[in-house]
Design a protein around this ligand. Structure first.
Ligand SMILES: [Zn+2]
Length: 382
């Protein structure tokens, strides 16, 4: 058995405390001690160390003033450690500076049309926009996370393929690192979405979860035993390309009958009687107009159910979070899918049902996910 050295124990405790403050927000010293299973003197020493480094401030909780010896409230200082979050999707791109504790301190976004979607243009625009934002706010990001709708190699952020951007074999991690001058983590947008849901959304404090998002394509991200599942090279979670319909529609991946062709945005357009590829706003408006009547979506919901039954039977998650375009589905439709999955999946029945919920992180989900990917490498070394 290896015995950990005192400095290793201290470093481990410090990074556990930083993670807890980052995702949980302000807490009293007493609550932090309980949560981490540490005694009061150890917590005091650790918090003093963080305060000295400017990462936290302490104050007397308001309701406890004058009530004997209250436990001090420890507040993360967002500007003490800042990362750059970047997202690129088919129609637009954006950046944000996100502080320790998860607060968005400033942001900028722009539309992508034609040539602006070229990797060279995107990389240049991100670098210029980030420098301007950092200058305006007087902040210096220490790492960056970049979310892209594509298949990304984990170790170097190579975008093997991002069909909706018409990108293939783009060395995005390497090139972003060169222009931003900080460590860069590039990942698939659904994977980073799963990370954001796990740390800040519906999956917070929970167990295994699957995040399924529909935009132009359908992607998935998996949380297993508290962390993002990344496969051997980072290529996983392509649940949109499960074959569900032999002889079905041709998919851009080269296969036919992929789940994405039955539940992606084009399928939703067909279900709603809209021309395929109308702007997203038109699809959302049409879904809102349905209110709670989901008869029109009948077959679409059957395909959604079928894919989710497979996902639940293979992975046995506690929770499935539906993101992006799926969040515009009527609540009654989600209830129907949840009931059908329970009825048709033996794993769901054995588990007593799987929670299936819409994401509530809204439009910031991609930025929050990219920020958390960047913070993963930062919190252990602060
Ligand atoms: Zn496919």
């Amino acid at each position: 058995m290896t015995v950990a050295r005192p400095d290793e124990v201290r470093r481990f405790n410090r990074s556990s405390l930083l993670r807890l403050l980052h995702t949980g927000g302000p807490a009293t010293r007493a609550a932090l001690a309980v949560e981490l299973g540490l005694n009061r003197s150890t917590i005091k020493m650790l918090v003093d160390g963080l305060a000295e480094a400017g990462l936290v401030q302490e104050k007397v909780p308001r309701q406890a003033r004058g009530a004997g010896r209250p436990s001090l409230l420890v507040l993360p200082q967002p500007q003490a450690a800042v990362v750059l979050a970047v997202y690129v999707q088919a129609e637009h791109a954006g950046i944000a500076l996100v502080g320790f504790g998860g607060q968005i301190l400033g942001r900028n976004s722009w539309n992508l049309h034609g040539r602006q979607r070229d990797p060279d243009e995107v990389i240049t625009h991100v670098a210029e926009s980030a420098a301007m934002l950092a200058g305006d706010l007087g902040l210096h990001p220490v790492a960056a996370g970049v979310s892209v709708p594509g298949v990304v190699r984990r170790n170097d952020g190579l975008v093997h393929n991002a069909a909706n951007l018409s990108w293939g074999e783009v060395a995005l991690g390497e090139r972003m690192t060169a222009v931003l001058n900080v460590p860069v983590t590039v990942g698939n947008d659904a994977e980073f979405g799963a990370l954001a849901e796990h740390l800040r959304g519906a999956g917070r404090g929970g167990g295994d979860a699957v995040f399924v998002s529909a935009d132009v394509g359908v992607g998935g991200g998996l949380i297993a035993q508290g962390s993002l599942l990344r496969g051997s090279a980072g290529y996983l979670g392509e649940i949109g390309h499960m074959t569900v319909r032999p002889g079905g529609r041709v998919c851009h991946c080269g296969n036919e009958g992929c789940w994405e062709t039955e539940v992606g945005d084009a399928a939703l357009c067909r279900a709603l009687g809209l021309p395929e590829h109308v702007p997203r706003g038109a699809i959302v408006a049409e879904l809102r107009a349905l209110q709670e009547d989901c008869a029109e979506l009948g077959e679409y919901l059957d395909w959604l159910t079928l894919g989710l039954v497979n996902v639940v039977n293979i992975l046995g998650p506690e929770l499935i979070v539906l993101g992006d375009l799926f969040t515009a589905l009527p609540d009654a439709a989600v209830t129907r899918v949840r009931e059908q999955v329970r009825r048709r999946s033996m794993v769901s029945r054995a588990l007593g049902g799987v929670r299936i919920e819409k994401s509530r992180l809204g439009a910031d989900l991609k930025l929050l996910g990219a920020a958390e990917a960047a913070f993963e490498g930062v919190l252990g070394v602060l």
